[in-house]
Design a protein. Sequence first.
Lengths: 121, 121
Amino acid sequence: MNSPVPTGDDLVRVLATLSNPHRLRVVAALAGRRNYVSRLARELDISRALLQVHLKKLEAAGLVTSRLELSEDGKAMKFYEVNAFAVRLTPQDIVTAVQTLTPAGQAPADHTNETDEKGAT
Amino acid sequence: MNSPVPTGDDLVRVLATLSNPHRLRVVAALAGRRNYVSRLARELDISRALLQVHLKKLEAAGLVTSRLELSEDGKAMKFYEVNAFAVRLTPQDIVTAVQTLTPAGQAPADHTNETDEKGAT
DNA sequence: GGCACCTGCTAACTTTTCTTTGCATGTGCA
DNA sequence: TGCACATGCAAAGAAAAGTTAGCAGGTGCC
C-alpha cells in the first residue's frame, strides 16, 4: 500500500471518479455481486467499450478490483468487484485533506500502474 | 429546501464540485473563517475571475453561501462562508443514491437558480 | 468454416470543464 | 481627476473527459 491515510490527491481522484453517473451505477451494480465486463455492459445497457473505460478509472482510483478468470468452458472473463471503502466529507475533513494536496501546477503522481514499489530512499 | 435527503443527482453534483483542487482549497480556507472574494483570491493566489467561477459552482452545489455586505467605508463586499455538510461514501450509500439518479440521456434538473419554490402539485 | 461468446486496444470525434483576458460597474480618498 | 479597492460578466482559447466505431486476439460448438 502506498499510504494508509488517503492524501488530498487521492481524495480528488476518488471524488472525480465517483462524480459520474455511469460509474456510480457500476459501483452500485457491483456492490450486489461481482460481474464480468460483457454481462455488466448488457445489464447497464451501455457499450462494452464505454464500460471498459469507466471500469479502468474505477480501478485506478482503487474502488474496484479486477480478476481475469477462465470459465468452465475455457473462456477468459474479467470479473470485477467493489473494494470496501468509506469516505467522509465534511468541511473539517477537507481542511485536513488539503494539507496533503500537491501544489498547483505540479503533476499529482500517477497511480495508474502501481503494483507495489518499495523504494529504499 | 428541496429534499432533506440528497438525491443521486445531488450527490453527483457535490462530488463533481469537490473533485477539484482549487475548490477543495476554497472550502478549506472558508472553513477557518468567512472571507470576501478579492481577499480570498489573494490568499489562495489565484485570479479573482477564476475564484469567482469556482465559488459559483460551490454555491450552486449548496456547499457555501454568499452574502453581500457593505463595509464601514461603504464598499460592497461579497462574503462567503461554508455550509455545514457531511457526505458519506460507501458502496452501500452509492447503491442507495443510484436509485434516485436521473436516467441517462435526460437533463438532471437545473438547481442553479432555485430560491425556494413551493409547488402545489 | 461460420457463429456466438469473451477480452483488449486506439484513433477520432464530441462535449464539458477550466482558465485567461478584458471591460463594465461602484465606493472612498488625496 | 486619478488611484486603489470592491464586484460582475462574457467571449475565447486550452485542456480534460466522455463516447463511438472499428479493429485485433482468443475459446467452444454445430
